[in-house]
Structures are given as C-alpha cells and as structure tokens.
Design a protein around this ligand. Structure first.
Ligand code: PEP
Ligand code: MG
Length: 389
C-alpha cells in the first residue's frame, strides 16, 4: 500500500535526495495519472492520444474522419470528437494538479500517432463479406455499401503501416486533425486556468524526421493557440516539442532543436528503425531465437551481434549512440532544451544509468515502474559521483 509510511517509501525518499534525473510516467487516462502520482511521478512524459480514439462510442466517428471523402465530411467528424477530447485532457490535467498549491505537474500530450489500420475495419473480413453477398445474390443495398467501404479501406491499406501514414505525417496531410487536438488541449487548459489552477501543458509531435515537418506543425499550433488565447481573454502558456524516434531526427537534431522546447526520445521506434527489426514481431518471433542461436558454443565467441534485447535495454553501440549524439547536437543548438525519454527503456535500470550519463533531464516510464526508476536514477547518480571522485 503505497499510501502508508513504509520502509520502501522511506528508502525512495532518500533516493530522491540523490538522483539528478526527474522521474515522470507514461499515462493515457486520469486513473493512470493518479496512480503515477501515488508512485512518486513528477510529471506525465507521454500521454498517447490515439488510444482515446479507440473507445466504443468514438470509433465510428474516427472511421468517418479517416475515410471522409471531403474536407467538410472530415470536419463534421472532428467537431464531434472535439468535446470528447477536451474532457479527456481536462481529466488528465486535473489528475496532475497538486492540491497543495493548485499547480499542475508538467503533462506532455502527444498528438495522434496512428497506425491507421488499427482504427479501420479489417480489409480481409470486408472482402469475405462482399464475396459472400455476391455469391448469395440479392442484398443489393448491403452489397453496394460494403463494396464502397471495401474500396475506401483498400485505398488506405498499407503493407507496412508502422512505416506508413503515421505520426506527424497524418496531421500534415490533414491539418484539421492537429487543429482539433490542439483546440482540445489548450481549451482544457484554459478552462482549468480560469478556475484558478496553474498548468504546464506540453504538446508533442510524433515521428518527426525533418525539421520542416516540425516547423509546419508549429505554425498550425501557434495560430490555434492565438485563437484560444483570444477566446479565453488570457495568454496560454504551453511548450512545444517533438519525439526523437527516427534515426534521421537524431542525426539532424541540431536543425530540429531550435524549433522545439523539448525532445523526448522514443526509443521503441528508434530501436525498430535503427536495427531494422519490427517492434511488433521481433520479440515474439525471431529475436530471442536469434540471440540464443548466436550463443551456441562455437558461434558465441565469433559473433556477438545482440548482447541484450534491444527493445528492453538501450543498446549503447546503436540506439544509445544516436541518443547521445542527439543530446549533444540538441543542447548545442538550443541550450534551454529539455530532454527526456518515453520509450520502454525509460523504466529499465541499465538504460536509466545511460540516460543519467548522457545528461537527460528526466525519464518517463509506466506508473508501476516509477519506484524502480527512482531507485535506479539515484544509483546512477551515486555511481557517477563515485567514479568522478
Ligand atoms: C516510442 O516509439 O518509443 C514511443 C514512446 O512511442 P510509441 O511506443 O507510442 O510508438
Ligand atoms: Mg513511437
């Protein structure tokens, strides 16, 4: 019971006295945010908004938005989604307000990062339905409707959705999606600020590969922020940042940094794209067999390609080098930039030691991992100090 004064709680508070890294949590809903606070998180480092779109009453609207044939149709769906999103964000912000001073911990909300296929009906199932209706005969109206849907879903179908119309690419093709989400985020913040709370919302853009993508999204957001501030009759204080989760972004971090208030390393995608291993398949299918295979006598000493599971612990020869490079380039180009990590590695003690060494400001991990991360961050700070002596 984390609310009680236990030895563990005491130990963790000692640890907090030593660590340099902030420890934040990944949370998509107010209940996760509250849990994160209980475990000692000092902010939300990643709120993945795509999960909110999956909820039962919203999914049909989301499908209409994706398959819309005109801008007007898309806008109608987005207008229906806006109130849902605004109340989602209000809930998360509220959960992260410290009742003692009415001030919110930082909350990083990431604009939608879909693999689009997750929102759409299955193309294969639709094909089976259409074939069945064609064979049966009759059912003309149903057949026509299913055929239309099949065609629409088919036109969005991707062979490799994780490398497809994902991340910021969606909002660049359909800016009105970014506009809706930004309205919902800043609208929620303005509502709570009006009620006397001080908030620190941060808007994060996923899967950026080139600075021009970020510049364009920033332009979209700034114009919405101006409108919201006018409507609210007060300035809106927010930060704008990006995930660094593609090798191209890490390599060009010096160009990206001046456009961003913060970077958050998305090491799940960065691992996938650096190693060329599918994050959805590698662990469950070939990865462990591959590592074990390489450890067979005779082979072990000859080739050591994967000493660790790179999706769990930062590989210092690969993804780690990209992170270190982006930190250096990013800080040089923008000394005020805030640097964090929100991939799975943010909750792994060895990776936390690495994050401490390269000088990140915070790690963000699952709420349940927050206590371990607090200890690991203190351990890393102490180890470093000992070595420096
Ligand atoms: C990542 O890629 O590391 C990340 C945090 O984003 P997601 O897992 O949602 O792709
Ligand atoms: Mg990612």
């Amino acid at each position: 019971d984390f609310d009680k004064e236990t030895d563990l709680k005491k130990l963790l508070s000692w640890a907090d006295g030593f660590r340099k890294l902030g420890v934040w949590a990944n949370a998509d809903y107010p209940r996760d945010a509250k849990r994160a606070i209980t475990f000692g998180a000092e902010g939300i480092g990643l709120c993945r908004t795509e999960h909110m779109f999956m909820e039962q009453e919203r999914l049909p609207i989301v499908q209409k938005m994706i398959l819309a044939k005109s801008k007007e149709e898309r806008q109608t769906a987005l207008d229906q989604l806006l109130p849902f999103q605004q109340s989602d964000f209000k809930g998360i912000f509220e959960a992260m307000v410290d009742p003692e001073n009415n001030e919110g911990y930082p909350v990083v909300i990431r604009l939608i990062d879909p693999p689009l296929h997750e929102f759409l009906p299955s193309y294969e199932e639709l094909l089976v339905d259409v074939t069945r209706l064609e064979t049966q005969g009759g059912h003309d109206a149903e057949l026509a409707e299913k055929r239309q849907l099949l065609e629409a879903v088919g036109s969005m179908r991707e062979m490799n959705p994780m490398l497809g119309l994902r991340g910021c690419r969606l909002g660049l093709l359909f800016p009105e999606i970014n506009v809706m989400q930004t309205r919902a985020i800043l609208g929620a913040a303005a509502e709570l600020e009006k009620a006397g709370k001080k908030l620190h919302p941060k808007i994060m853009i996923p899967l950026v590969g080139h600075v021009n993508e970020l510049k364009e999204v920033r332009r979209q957001l700034e114009s919405v922020a101006k409108e919201i501030a006018q409507e609210a009759g007060r300035p809106i204080d927010y930060k704008f940042g990006t995930m660094i989760e593609l090798p191209r972004a890490a390599l060009t971090a010096d160009q990206i940094a001046p456009v961003a208030d913060f970077f958050s390393f998305g090491t799940n995608d960065l691992t996938q794209t650096t190693f060329g291993y599918s994050r959805d398949d590698a662990e469950g299918k070939f990865l462990l067999k591959y590592v074990e295979g390489l450890e067979e006598p005779g082979l072990k000493d000859k080739v050591k390609i994967l000493p660790l599971n790179p999706f769990q612990t930062l590989d210092r020869d690969g993804v780690g080098q990209l992170v270190a490079m982006a930190v250096e380039k990013g800080r040089k180009a923008n000394p005020d930039i805030e640097l964090g990590i929100c991939g799975e590695h943010g909750g792994d003690p060895d990776s936390i030691e690495f994050c401490n060494q390269v000088g990140l400001d915070y790690v963000s991990c699952s709420p349940f991992r927050v206590p371990v991360a607090r200890l690991a961050a203190a351990q890393a700070a102490l180890t470093h100090t000992e070595k420096d002596r």
